[in-house]
Design a protein around this ligand. Sequence first.
Ligand SMILES: [Zn+2]
Length: 290
Amino acid sequence: MMSWCHRFAASALAVLLLFCASSCTLTASDPSSDAPVYSLSELPAYNGEPSVVLNSNVPLFRESEMSAIGFEEYSSLDRLGRCGVVLSCIGPEMMPTEERGPIGSVKPSGWKTAKYDFVDGKYLYNRCHLIGFQLTGENANERNLITGTRYMNTEGMLPYENLVANYIRTTGNHVMYRVTPDFRGEELVARGVAIEALSVEDDGEGLCFYVYCYNVQPGVTILYEDGANYESLDTLGGESERFVLNTNSKKIHRPDCASVKAMSDMNRQDFEGSLAVLEAQGYRTCGECF
Ligand SMILES: [Zn+2]
C-alpha cells in the first residue's frame, strides 16, 4: 500500500523483535512522506473529509502486542457505560461465517433515535461496531458498539474495514487491529475513533495505517455530552451563527471571545446554529462577548 510505511514497519519490527523490551512502540516519521503528522492530541477539526491520517500513518503497536495468532480483547464499559479500546489480531479464522443477527438490544452510551430526511437510511445514529462485524463476527457485544453517525460508519470506518477484510481474504494473513473511541471528559458520544492496522506475516507490507474517523454528520449538529442533535441550519427560528460552547460551564461564546482561548479542549465544542437551539439545551450567553 505505502512503500515507506512497509519499509519502516518491516525494519522497525525486525529491530523491535531483536532488541526491544516490551515498552517499545513503533514511532517515527518519514520525511519523504506527504502524510500529515497529526497525533491524536493535535487533531484538526473536521473539515469535510470523513477521516485524516495520524502519525504519518504509522500505527503504535508495541512489540509485546504483536501476534500471529488470532485474538480479540474488549475493554470493560466505564462507569458512564462507555466502550474503551479494542485490540485484535484478525485472521481468516476470526471472520464470520454466519449471517449477522439483530443488535437492537444494545443501547450504547448516548444512544438516541433520530431521523433526518437527508441522512442515508434516515437514521442519524447507527450502533457502530468498533471492530466491524465482517472482521471478527462480534455482533451484539456491548463492549464493541458505540453511538456513531451514519456518516462515520459508512464514509469513515467502512472503507478501512474493507481494506482489512480484503487483505485477509486474499492473503490468509493476520492483521493487528486496534480501534480507540475518542470520548472526552464526561461526554457520552465519542468525537470519533482512531483505527490502527498492521499486517503481521509481511511486516506491514500489505497493510499499514493509522487514521481517525470523525463522528460527525454533515448538516447535523451533535451535542456530544448526551447525543442530542439538531439540523445545523436553523430549526427553531433565529439566524444560524457560529458559536463556541463551554460544555462544562454551559456558556455560549462568540468565537473571538477571550474565554475561548483560555478554554480547555475538554470543555470546548464548536457549534453552528441558532441561539434558540442552545438555550433550549440549557446554555446561556457569556456576559463578556454578548
Ligand atoms: Zn464569551
